[in-house]
Design a protein around this ligand. Structure first.
Ligand code: ZN
Length: 172
């Protein structure tokens, strides 16, 4: 399987992901590929849509290089969220080179998912992992962090993005 990171405004990033019905060899292979791509691009999270697949799969590893705390989530869903909001600067492998503060992330969340062995798992967190989980689960719903910016900032993003694209093209 040969995959590449899909970059904004690729339409696959707008698709809603489908539930994984069965954890077979193909799903395990995809999870491993996503893990390897996340590490090689030095991301801390990756959703399947970012490699062009509309399946509810996410990999996360927030530990610095050399250590690993890999989480592989199948069919994750947020089942509880506190009504407290937090601001964090976010970036995304699908919007390379652009970072901005997202103001409407929930602080504490509870996420249920299936692990690669088919076991039901729960994560409850108030830490930065909460933000990362919300960012990745957004991907499964076709939402990018730049969609969560205010209209003014979104306008600025679009301008900035054109500049980033132009610079990239000139380099090539
Ligand atoms: Zn992302």
């Amino acid at each position: 399987m040969d995959f590449e990171i899909k970059v904004y405004p690729d339409p696959v990033l707008r698709k809603k992901a489908e539930d994984v019905e069965k954890i077979d060899d193909e799903i395990i292979k995809i999870l491993d590929t996503m893990r390897d791509m996340m590490y090689s691009y030095k991301g801390i999270g990756l959703a399947a849509e970012q490699i062009g697949l509309t399946k509810k799969l996410i990999v996360i590893d927030m530990m610095p290089e050399g250590t690993s705390e890999l989480i592989q989530l199948i069919n994750p869903k947020i089942v509880k969220a506190e009504d407290i909001y937090e601001e964090h600067e976010e970036g995304c492998l699908s919007v390379p080179g652009y970072y901005d503060v997202v103001k409407n992330r929930k602080k504490g969340i509870r996420v249920e998912y299936i692990d690669r062995n088919g076991n039901e798992q729960v994560i409850e967190t108030e830490d930065f992992l909460s933000v990362v989980l919300q960012h990745e689960i957004d991907h499964l719903n076709g939402t990018l962090f730049v969609d969560r910016l205010s209209p003014i900032k979104r306008g600025l993003f679009k301008k900035e993005w054109k500049k980033i694209q132009k610079e990239r093209q000139e380099k090539e």
